[in-house]
Design a protein around this ligand. Structure first.
Ligand code: P6P
Length: 335
């Protein structure tokens, strides 16, 4: 049950009752993310004022230049999740390998693993474009009492127990699902409280926005090129509108509200596209499906893909059900 203007804390308590046999740990986990989101939001919002812009000088697991805020966001989420005695392991875009988190009794009793991209779109920070945090939560599948292992992180997205994102935009929002629909909370920065502003978010079945980096058009597979031309031709309700921020969380969030499709396909430059399966595509796909949308690699649902590596990439088509289905038709026909 949702009440507009409910705080996130009240919402968690009210919906905690919806989880039979739940020991409240998932609620504690969402609360840990809520705290870290507020801290990161504070730092992101003042980034232009203190010497926190620009590169940390380090290189992350992806060989990408690590922005200082990336490092800070990564540290804050790991710290907040570690302090709550609920998480047995963490994987992050900013960490080469997963991090083992032991319980305070030193006996590996915690049962959740969290994977996250602490600051997605961080290359936009220096130009004051919105960025985001993306997180994905699973129950561990290896025995309690033993250290977490890679199998706990390489579960299909269908096994997620929670997923969400924080978008640090014109306002800061936390949007998440625990498998019972998608709800959006907006931060009131004056008092540091998240309020339920977007209850029961629904992806429109159709839309007129397509989001893709058309600068890579020449490198796209034929089916993707054909679909982009389909979006641009003057027929029926087309041409559609092209909107691409270059920040997955922002492009996804706008399309979930207005209707639209986000595409990051494979190309001659990268056979699996750019986006990461475990901590970008799986959580966004879980949210999309929970909101009545669709998410695939162009052929099959993202959530059914069996992961093989922590940082593996995957082509990503996500958004309004009918738009993603149409894109898949073009890929099936031409690729
Ligand atoms: P490109 C940001 O770096 C990111 O990981 C996503 O947030 C975004 O959708 C994508 O990459 C943008 O990539 O190649 O279009 O700049």
């Amino acid at each position: 049950m949702t009440k507009k203007n409910q705080t996130l804390g009240e919402f968690i308590i009210e919906n905690q009752k919806a989880f039979p046999y739940s020991t409240g740990e998932l609620s504690k986990l969402i609360n840990a993310i809520r705290l870290a989101a507020k801290v990161v939001n504070y730092e992101v919002n003042k980034a232009g004022l203190v010497d926190i812009l620009g590169s940390s000088g380090d290189i992350n697991a992806q060989g990408e230049d690590q922005q200082k805020l990336d490092v800070l966001a990564n540290e804050k989420f790991i710290q907040s999740l570690t302090n709550r005695e609920i998480v047995c392991g963490i994987a992050s875009e900013e960490e080469d390998d997963f991090v083992v988190i032991n319980s305070k009794d030193n006996n590996h009793q915690n049962k959740y693993v969290v994977l996250f991209d602490p600051l997605d779109g961080s290359s936009n920070i220096d130009v004051n474009v919105s960025v985001g945090t993306i997180f994905s939560v699973y129950r561990r599948i290896t025995p309690i009492g033993t250290p977490v292992s890679i199998e706990d992180f390489l579960q299909p997205g269908r096994q997620q127990v929670a997923a969400g994102y924080v978008v640090y935009g014109t306002s800061t929002m936390l949007v998440y699902t625990t498998g019972f629909g998608v709800n959006g909370f907006t931060l009131n920065p004056a008092i540091g409280t998240f309020y339920l502003s977007h209850p029961n978010m629904q992806y429109p079945k159709d839309g007129r926005i397509y989001s893709v980096n058309e600068g890579n058009y020449v490198h796209f597979p034929v089916g993707v090129k054909k679909y982009i031309k389909y979006c641009q031709e003057e027929e029926e309700d087309r041409p559609y509108t092209s909107r691409y921020i270059g920040s997955l969380v922002s492009d996804f969030h706008r399309n979930m509200i207005k209707g639209g499709i986000f595409i990051y396909p494979k190309s001659s430059l990268s056979n699996n596209g750019k986006l990461r399966l475990l901590y970008e595509c799986n959580p966004m796909a879980f949210i999309a499906e929970q909101a009545g949308g669709r998410a695939s690699d162009g052929y099959k649902p993202i959530l059914d893909v069996v992961p093989t590596e922590l940082h593996q990439r995957i082509p990503f088509f996500c958004g309004s059900e009918n738009m993603v289905a149409k894109a898949e038709e073009f890929i099936a026909k031409y690729n």
